[in-house]
Design a protein around this ligand. Structure first.
Ligand SMILES: Nc1ncnc2c1ncn2[C@@H]1O[C@H](COP(=O)(O)OP(=O)(O)OP(=O)(O)O)[C@@H](O)[C@H]1O
Length: 612
């Protein structure tokens, strides 16, 4: 029965670009199709361990590639799991997989001129066949006995058809009818040259026109000395279906507490930053070269989902089912060892080449912060990998918590930080000046989640992490010069302010930590901090937040405050307006000013008075 289906809209868009853009590196389609064939056979190998009823059970697990120059075709056949009718529709008619999803998302944000570049960055999996072919046939039979022999055909325009096929084998046979300008891919020597780059990573025989082109070897089991950087990169791209360069790699063997051969990579590009939702875990679990699970969920902690690669352990029982594997103590131990090694490795790399690490970190910091909040076991090691700007760094440069602690001043007991939207809002605000005056470094954090992350971390190397706007910080007397209000005057001014602003402030007091600014506000202990409030607001949850009162600290040395003390007897109305304005300025600096429009009216009044 012949059926015609329309491609999903996103697929049409992707295909349109694949077909029409002048992409220079077209040969990658072979890597994509061979890697799909290899994936399908890895899945088959697993299925055979648990399923008794398998169609065409004796078919050899190998990839056969055939070239036909006269017919201008290239055929890639495997005996993997194949596809049912529904799977054909789902897998080849919609954007189901991560690479193309990210590509489609990036397309939305990019101008037309970048299309070709974009394909280079993401890859489009199966659809890359249409870069070189004007017709693609997929003959397939699923491993399920009740499946049908089917042929999927398309010219890559708007639709595809599914017909019955006379082909009798399990798996997929993909026939590419090559475009005139892609005739080279029907030449055996050309295809061989391409296959040589990575066919050795395929753990099944790869046959080209009946001749074996690969020696099956698992790169991760080889000694590091015999592997070049190019081979590592090719492997990363092949195994992770990636198109970027790996940023870091870790290749190690260990015997105890458990036998491990691991080869791990971190990407350069953060796919989640393209607005395409969460990545799946992507480190395959093997036992003696046999894939047990391509995407094991509980092997590495969830926040490490950006890591790619392979973990192989001969201690794992081969017939372990995926479900019981996830809860196995052995797998947990395996994960623990690998995570520790990887965190240590990143820490070492970060110290050796801070510039490179900073670049990596700027793309992946979100994952590390998620790790701090969710991965209690590894929290301290992850904390070493965090980086922040600070009062002692140039804009854009960062410091680690370890370096912060190393350069803490004598007598300084805590690690100080401030969360705000930008460096300039921190530096023009009233909080940091007193810390700077004492020579204490303040970490600058620019994301709302930082507050939450830091409160989960709480301590680093036994030092408390403390926000500069915590109410209980005592820096001793500040070094600011200048005459202060007499204590009695200051107390009576505080009482007067408290009375006027009682709906907004809980306490009014003179503060020692103020340098150069007239006042600041602090959030009382136990109240929601400004950053958490903003986070709630951003999530639309501010409706049920109680309006909280603040602690208002005034600077008895500041001329404005000293003048105010006298003015309140002479001209209470102006003094009142000025006091309200000082409070609003302080609330604004703290990110707590909810009704900024009231400032306009008040400054208007003040200006009228001034100009009279
Ligand atoms: N040879 C094959 N045998 C069985 N299924 C296949 C084969 N080739 C492709 N598929 C199915 O089609 C889907 C889409 O393939 P495609 O290459 O576009 O993406 P992918 O390999 O899943 O994703 P990515 O390249 O991002 O890892 C695959 O996930 C798989 O389910």
């Amino acid at each position: 029965m012949s059926q015609t289906h329309e491609f999903q809209a996103e697929v049409k868009q992707v295909l349109d670009i694949v077909i029409h853009s002048l992409y220079t590196d077209r040969e990658i389609f072979i890597r994509e199709l061979v890697s799909n064939a290899s994936d399908a056979m890895e899945k088959m190998r697993l299925t055979q361990l648990t399923e008794k009823e398998v169609f065409d059970d004796t078919a050899a697990l190998e990839i056969s590639i055939t070239t036909d120059e006269a017919a201008r075709t290239l055929t890639i056949a495997d005996h993997g799991i194949g596809m049912t009718r529904a799977e054909l529709v789902e897998n080849l008619g919609t954007i189901a997989h991560s690479g193309s999803k990210a590509f489609a998302a990036a397309l939305k944000n990019a101008g037309k001129q970048n299309d070709a570049q974009l394909i280079g960055q993401f890859g489009v999996g199966f659809y890359s066949a249409f870069m070189v072919a004007d017709k693609v046939e997929v003959h397939t039979h699923s491993w399920r006995k009740e499946g049908e022999h089917l042929i999927w055909t398309s010219d890559g325009s708007t639709s595809y058809t599914i017909d019955d096929s006379s082909d009798q084998a399990r798996g997929c046979k993909i026939v590419l009818h090559l475009k005139e300008d892609a005739a080279e891919f029907a030449q055996k020597h050309r295809v061989k040259q391409i296959l040589e780059k990575y066919s050795n990573f395929v753990s099944f025989p790869v046959m080209l026109d009946g001749e074996r082109v690969n020696t099956v070897e698992a790169l991760w089991l080889k000694s590091k000395d015999g592997i070049t950087d190019e081979q590592y990169t090719e492997f990363y791209r092949f195994a992770a279906h990636a198109f970027d360069e790996p940023s870091y790699r870790l290749h190690f063997q260990a015997e105890s507490p458990i036998a491990i051969n691991a080869l791990l990579f971190t990407p350069t590009q953060n796919m989640e930053s393209f607005g395409m939702g969460q990545m799946e875990p992507n480190v395959g679990l093997y036992c003696k070269k046999v894939l047990i699970d391509p995407k094991p969920k509980k092997l590495l902690p969830e926040w490490m989902r950006f890591v790619r690669g392979v973990i192989d352990s001969e201690d794992l029982p081969l017939n372990i089912s995926r479900e019981s594997m996830q809860d196995s103590a052995l797998v947990k131990k395996l994960g623990d060892v690998v995570v520790k090694r990887l965190l240590k490795h990143l820490d070492k790399e970060a110290v050796e080449d801070p510039k490179k690490y900073n670049e990596f970190y700027s793309n992946f910091s979100r994952f590390f912060k998620e790790g701090i909040a969710t991965d209690y076991t590894n929290r301290d090691a992850i904390a070493k990998l965090l980086r922040f700007e600070s009062s002692m760094t140039e804009p854009g440069e960062t410091v680690s918590l370890s370096d912060y602690v190393k350069r803490m001043k004598e007598g300084q007991k805590e690690i100080y930080y401030q969360v705000a939207t930008s460096r300039s809002s921190i530096e023009s605000g009233p909080y940091v000046a007193a810390f700077k005056a004492k020579g204490y470094e303040v970490l600058y954090m620019f994301e709302h989640i930082d507050e939450y992350v830091i409160s989960s971390l709480n301590k680093f190397e036994d030092k408390d992490l403390k926000s500069v706007n915590a109410p209980d910080i005592d820096l001793g007397d500040s070094s600011e010069e200048g005459e202060a209000l007499a204590e009695a005057d200051a107390t009576s001014l505080c009482d007067w302010i408290k009375e006027r602003l009682s709906t907004q402030v809980e306490t009014v007091r003179t503060g020692k930590r103020l340098v150069g600014s007239p006042a600041l506000v602090l959030t009382p202990e136990g109240e929601m901090s400004p950053q958490i409030r903003q986070m709630m607001k951003a999530m639309g949850k501010d409706g049920d937040m109680p309006g909280s009162k603040v602690i208002f600290e005034i600077n008895p040395r500041h001329p404005l405050v000293r003048n105010l003390s006298g003015l309140r007897a002479k001209d209470p109305e102006t003094a009142g307006l000025i006091t309200e304005q000082i409070l609003d300025n302080a609330l604004l600096s703290a990110g707590l000013l909810d009704e900024p429009q009231r400032i306009i009216e008040r400054t208007q009044k003040l200006m009228e008075k001034l100009s009279a």
